[in-house]
Design a binder for this molecule. Structure first.
Ligand code: AN0
Ligand code: CP
Length: 316
């Protein structure tokens, strides 16, 4: 693994999953591996779980950690090549990335999409430039289009809680008042396509994700039909990919309730958090016995620790 940007940086997902479950049992087994090595975490956007779980993962491996809230504390970065910098940006990404690459053995980056220009967001320019100019392994802490550490933690959580060999997993769209990235949904789809599960996606018309991530996954617009016999229901809002970045509906009937869960196989409910209660997901579900949201967040430590370990061991 040279960088960790998507499921395609993983040679064998099942093997990586086994490694994570093993590491969770003995989290300090490799506490010397990261000695005298530094990970730098660059945040262009807010974060609670990713910020803390990544630090915890690195500390468990004996690494030093530096956190930079680039959006608030750093110089405004320019990404365009050849530009005359006479506007608001202060430093070019090629200079900043080259410098940070000298301070860190690994760099983690969170950089959300602007949700204005689809091709700009989906080009993942910020990550591509950091890879090019920092010359160190880059760890995605959620890019414009993907959130692989979240999806890997979700896969670990499903593995721990499944009651049958091949569970049915449903990704359901949920309402939200703000336009959110497609990253969590794209990434979850990408990982579920690779996992040993029956995977189905349900959303209102107009919320189709890029086929590049969903592949041959069945898309069912009738939520009740999709939820039938589900073992896991993964709840997430995303803005439209087709009508890029738009909120097409606020239809509250898409919010999951206990009543709707009756058609499932006593399904466990997942959400990456942060969640807007009683908009995206009801209190009764989040506070109920089938919610796995805290377990997912806990597993963010082990998905990340497993990945950092691979990067440190140069397993590629
Ligand atoms: C972000 C998103 O949907 O991508 C981060 C989730 C981990 N969520 C919000 O901005 C609320
Ligand atoms: N799930 C997740 O990535 O949460 P944060 O945005 O708080 O890091």
């Amino acid at each position: 693994m040279k960088h960790f940007l998507s499921v395609y940086d993983v040679k064998d997902v099942q093997k990586l999953l086994k490694k994570a479950l093993k590491l969770k049992k003995k989290p300090y087994e490799h506490s010397e591996l990261g000695k005298n090595k530094t990970i730098g975490l660059i945040f262009m956007n807010p974060s609670t779980r990713t910020r803390l779980s990544t630090q915890r993962a690195a500390l468990n491996l004996g690494m030093n950690v530096m956190v930079m809230n680039m959006d608030k504390e750093g110089w405004a970065l320019e990404t365009q090549e050849g530009i005359i910098m006479n506007q608001n940006t202060v430093e070019h990404i090629k200079d900043a990335a080259a410098v940070m690459g000298k301070y860190c053995e690994i760099i983690g980056i969170r950089s959300f999409p602007k949700l204005i220009d689809k091709s700009e967001d989906y080009s993942e320019d910020f990550f591509t430039k950091f890879i090019k100019y920092s010359k160190v392994p880059i760890l995605s802490l959620e890019s414009a289009t993907l959130h692989p550490l979240q999806s890997f933690a979700d896969l670990i959580t499903i593995e721990e809680h499944k009651t049958k060999e091949r569970p049915k997993v449903v990704l359901t769209w949920a309402p939200h008042i703000k336009p959110l990235p497609q990253a969590v949904a794209n990434s979850f789809a990408e990982w579920m396509v690779e996992a040993d599960v029956d995977f189905v996606i349900t959303h209102p018309k107009g919320y189709e994700l890029d086929k590049k991530f969903t592949g041959a996954t069945p898309i069912i617009h009738n939520q009740e039909k999709a939820l039938k016999d589900a073992d896991f229901v993964y709840v997430k809002n995303w803005s439209s990919y087709k009508d890029y970045g738009k909120v097409l509906t606020l239809d509250g009937s898409w919010m999951l309730t206990n009543e709707k869960m009756k058609v499932t196989n006593n399904a466990k409910v997942m959400h990456c958090l942060p969640v807007r209660r009683n908009i995206e997901l009801s209190d009764e579900i989040l506070d109920g016995k089938n919610s796995l949201v805290v377990q997912q967040a806990e597993n963010r430590i082990y998905s990340c620790q497993t990945v950092i370990k691979e990067l440190l061991q140069k397993n590629y």
